[in-house]
Design a protein around this ligand. Sequence first.
Ligand code: FAQ
Length: 328
Amino acid sequence: MYGGGNTFESVKFEGLENEDPQKLAEFEARIERGEKIEPHDWMPQLYRKQLIRMIEQHAHSEIIGALPEGTWITRAPGFKRKLALMAKVQDEVGHAQLLYSAAETLGKSREQMIDDLIEGKSKYSNIFNYPAFTWADSCFISWLVDAGAIVNQMANARGSYGPYCRALERICAEESFHLKYGHHCVIHMATGTPKQRQMMQEAIDRWWGPMMHFFGPPDKVSVHTEVLMRWKVKMASNDDCRNQFLDMYVPKIWELGLTIPDPNLRKNPETKKWEYTEPDWDEFKRVINGDGPCNKERLAVRRVAEERGKWVRQALLRPKTEYVTPLA
Ligand code: FAQ
């Protein structure tokens, strides 16, 4: 099955009864005290399994996330935009490198992770399975998808697993430049010609649903949140991150004279929470399970990249081996 096969099945505390109760209690006390868990420390199998799942999915999201924006490098308007977008895409791929390294500390090899991705066994973020039709779509990703990623990652950088937190700290620092670049691109479009404003509005209309999905299913149906929050891997729930994103960015979108395609979107002054129309969660499930508009194309590109890069990896691993490429 596409995506690792756990989606929405109860996986909360499976196998915990087989762990040594004393070691488990010490582990949980360390987490409670705010200590970092390092690769050689004792940890329950479930903690290891959950971390591998989450960090691996995050790493895949970064390399697949480079694809919709990557196609805009040659078409970005002007040399400065091309240069900035190229640097951003390069950063995203670098983030994947950091994250694959963090996941490897838990015992799964990078080769296995890449194989699982290209064979469709691992998930990656829903949002990168949609096409970036126009330059405004690329601007949306650079500003608002990066903004969503920062909300989630700033919280989790304070979590319990040392290698993941250190990777997230560095990633967030770089993402903050992406956010500034993306915001600048959107301001330019929103304050430009009527055609540019229209393009930006259409991009927001297209991407709003996937953006609401981006933070994951509602807390009441999220299967992993409880265990991940108990062990401080996730430091904010899906709904909390979604709410924080709305709080920070809806006013900024409105400020630019742009609208959000949800007539029910409003902040409740009493609860201080945002109210909104639930996005189409059936569409979310289809997309994360392999049936979105671009899933097949995204994985096909990664398969080609893997195949074409094989000789480079082999050459790095066995530098003394000579290769001859036939000329004809
Ligand atoms: N997409 O029980 P929960 C970026 C799956 S980085 C796909 O709530 P959890 C940078 C979930 O895996 C973006 N699948 O799961 C960038 C699970 O399936 P499974 C990625 C999703 O783990 C910007 C099932 O649904 N960020 O954008 C999604 O507690 C611009 C049940 O869900 C991260 O990966 C989704 N959106 O919470 C790059 C951050 N949501 O595994 C280029 C780390 C849920 O049982 C350009 N990850 N699912 O088969 C996390 O914080 C969490 O894993 C969540 C999901 C919040 C994503």
